[in-house]
Ligand binder design. Sequence first.
Ligand code: FES
Length: 173
Amino acid sequence: MSATPRTPSIASQVSRRRFLRDLGIATGCVATGATLLGCEVSEVKVSGGGDVTELAFNVTDAKFVDLKAVGKMVAVNVGGAKLLLIRTTQAEVIALSRICPHAACDLSPDGVGTWKVASSTLHCGCHNSEFKPDGKYVADSVNGGGKVGDLDSYPVTFDAAAGTGIVDLVGAV
Ligand code: FES
């Protein structure tokens, strides 16, 4: 008697990437008011082991709705990293570490961070350091002389038409 081929279960058809994406969205994210204050998924592990390697977002999701507008930011804690997602242009969302390397001020919207659309820089309200979209410290900001250091920058794939994106949590530079 020949064995009947088994149809793969729905679960096994879901790619690892999709599985991680779903975990990132579904686990532990808490929206407070109009701004996401703490999307804590840092303890999430995929079945079989491994850390969270990416975070998916959708600007229609209440947790990320601020990213609909250019110049707005959303703070996210994921995979042990404290990130800032910033809608820099209609076509682009960037992801930077959000703890200022000068004196560890929190650059979140509810902290001291401000995205300056005109200059395309992230401003730290503690001592006025500024950072470029790639996280590089602006050497002529108030703390000048390149003494502050850079923010980590995480690659983001963003589909502006769909309003969806994926942050690569292991590709920081
Ligand atoms: S903590 Fe940001 S400039 Fe000092």
